[in-house]
Design a protein around this ligand. Structure first.
Ligand code: ATP
Length: 431
């Protein structure tokens, strides 16, 4: 007997612009529409964060996919439904918005597409590979304003959560509220955070007193709550207090907080532009805070140098960087986005201090007659006390700094954390 059901997967990307929309909302509406037309959502939809260093991204580089059981022979009807929704909701008037929607038939994802997806989280990929997969595997779809969105839509189809997964419940606002300020009761967020502390994460930045569950963009999202388990999410959402009603919500399976974007490397020469890496290095210079409040220092490995940056938005994290000293052994995590005229610089997400070096500074000797710090008379000319004028030869005195920093992990505060960055205290589920 012929199977009356068929399995399809829809992938969508690049529907928003800095002025509005959110690809999760487009997928939410696609799911609603497909279900209204007889399709059945299979499992959680996937919210896949792609390479955070990708220069084409608008914000969080999200791509979405969802699987459905549909009536066999009618698959193209569901692709049409998804395409109509993408046309209806995407920010097509913005030239840099290149929406794409793709449909893969069958439950099995070809391994070369899986590899492509894994790479899309780590590296920069070309549109041709996505177009080739469309031909090779009969993947139908549409790209609008150019083909760039096909990369993300294809990556969303094939992603298999190789570094584990988390969840996010996203609640949407009614259209008349899009672009208006979000009024969220701070106390209700803190209470929810406390009540769900073994399940949700990154709800509130206690160091900087900031709500972390609401975006600051004019998009349809009211709040998003992240978790390691989906079971606590509906209760967490219901416990929040807002000044408006939500028009719908959905739980997504995500690669947020998994560190899947990080490529472990051994040598500084292996750092490629637009990637995020982890490497063990030795601190080479004293840290300094420069114009704009950005903190920098140099590290080295096998004679090659790397500049490390903790930018102003990382706030308290800069105080940790300021305590590093030449000779300290550290493991760094961060991304490299090349900028003209700038040395190779890693934008730090977190560091692990592995070894703390003894660090000393040389001082002029103290006057044996009156106890004042002496002044040098010039190279090899000895010292003179500025107070009592006592003179003597002698050498500088080495004073070791009392190092107060400890071995361990240090990371940027919640407000500056990338979607993909794993807080070091978190354990995520693995497939
Ligand atoms: P969101 O705001 O929904 O979080 P975003 O708006 O930051 O995401 P998009 O609007 O989806 O990002 O734009 C990212 C574009 O870059 C898409 O066209 C996508 O196909 C493309 N892209 C994403 N990752 C890669 C990659 N690794 N290599 C090449 N192109 C990529």
């Amino acid at each position: 007997m012929q199977d009356i059901n068929s399995f399809i997967k829809i992938g969508v990307d690049d529907t928003d612009s800095p002025y509005g929309m959110c690809t999760t909302y487009v997928m939410h509406k696609i799911i609603q529409s497909i279900e209204e037309n007889g399709g059945k959502l299979y499992g959680f939809p996937n919210l896949v964060r792609l390479n955070p260093s990708c220069p084409y991204k608008t914000r969080g580089n999200a791509a979405l996919s969802a699987a459905f059981i549909v009536e066999a022979g009618n698959e193209s009807k569901y692709l049409d439904i998804a395409t109509d929704m993408v046309f209806k909701l995407s920010e097509i008037s913005h030239p840099k918005t290149n929406p794409a929607v793709l449909m893969l038939k069958g439950e099995l994802v070809p391994m070369d597409i899986v590899e492509f997806s894994r790479n899309a989280v780590k590296r920069i990929l070309n549109i041709e590979s996505a177009l080739n997969f469309m031909k090779k595997y009969d993947i139908n779809g549409v790209a609008i304003n150019g083909s760039r969105g096909l990369v993300g839509a294809m990556a969303a189809l094939g992603y298999d959560f190789p570094s584990g997964y988390t969840y996010e419940i996203i609640a949407y606002r009614s259209e008349n509220m899009w672009g208006k300020p979000r009024v969220i009761d701070r106390e209700s967020v803190i209470k929810m955070d406390a009540q769900t502390q073994n399940c949700t994460f990154d709800n509130y930045d206690y160091y900087n007193d900031e709500i972390k569950i609401a975006p600051h963009t004019p998009c349809p999202v009211l709040v998003g709550i992240r978790s390691i388990d989906y079971k606590c999410l509906k209760i967490a959402l219901k416990s929040l207090k807002f000044d408006e009603s939500i028009v719908g919500y959905r739980i997504y399976k995500t690669n947020q907080a998994t560190d899947d974007h990080i490529i472990p490397i051994t040598y500084i020469e292996q750092i490629e532009p637009y990637t995020s890496i982890t490497i063990e290095v030795k601190v080479k210079s004293l840290p300094s805070t420069e114009k704009g409040g950005h903190t920098f220092l140099y590290a080295e490995k096998n004679g090659k140098e790397l500049r490390l940056a903790a930018y102003e938005p990382t706030k308290q994290f800069r105080n940790i960087i300021m305590q590093l000293r030449p000779g300290d052994k550290i493991r760094v995590y961060g991304s490299y986005n090349p900028k003209e005229g700038e040395p190779k610089t890693l934008n730090l997400e977190k560091i692990e201090i592995l070894e703390i070096a003894q660090y000393g500074k040389f001082f002029n000797p103290v006057c044996p007659a009156c106890g004042h710090r002496m002044k040098s008379e010039g190279k090899e000319k000895g010292y003179q006390c500025p107070k009592c004028k006592y003179r003597m030869t002698g050498s500088k005195e080495l004073k070791f700094e009392n190092r107060v920093i400890s071995i361990g992990m240090y990371e940027v505060p919640s407000r500056a954390r990338r979607h993909l960055s794993k807080p070091f205290y978190l354990t995520v589920k693995k497939n």
